[in-house]
Structure formats: structure tokens, C-alpha cells
Design a protein around this ligand. Structure first.
Ligand SMILES: [Zn+2]
Length: 78
């Protein structure tokens, strides 16, 4: 069985960890986005971001004109 998680092999140090490559900080933001070309309207991808990387990840998505919604991780329904 193969897993392709971003933090594969890394110890789980936080309940939510930043999705930015190489960052192990605790995420406080959740970026909900989709690529309209490959995702249907009811599909959303979720990236998690620490305070430092929220803007980096958000501008990556907004540069591509992807629909984006930013909430706190506390607002995620899990
Ligand atoms: Zn980060």
C-alpha cells in the first residue's frame, strides 16, 4: 500500500501541519480551493498553512485564478 502524503514519513507533531514543502509548523489556516479545469464544482482541495506561509500559498492559487476560500483550521468540519 502506498501513501503519497506531503509529510510522508514525518512524525506527526501537530494535529494540523503546514502544507508548504519543508515546513513543519502548526497550521492555523486552511485554504480551500479547486482547479476549475480538473475539479468539479463540488470538489475542494484543502491546503493547511501556518501564519507565515498563508500568503505564499494563497498567492500561488490566486495567481492561477483558482477559486479560493480561507478559513481557520478551527472552522474545518472533520
Ligand atoms: Zn508553514
Amino acid at each position: 500500500m502506498t501513501f503519497t502524503g506531503i509529510n510522508l514519513g514525518a512524525p506527526i507533531e501537530h494535529r494540523h501541519t503546514c502544507s508548504r514543502a519543508g515546513c513543519r509548523d502548526e497550521a492555523v489556516w486552511a485554504l480551500l480551493w479547486r482547479n476549475p479545469k480538473i475539479h468539479t464544482a463540488d470538489r475542494k482541495k484543502t491546503w493547511l498553512a501556518c501564519g507565515e506561509h498563508r500568503d505564499v500559498l494563497a498567492s500561488f492559487l490566486s495567481d492561477r485564478s483558482f477559486p479560493l476560500e480561507i478559513v481557520t483550521v478551527g472552522e474545518l468540519d472533520e
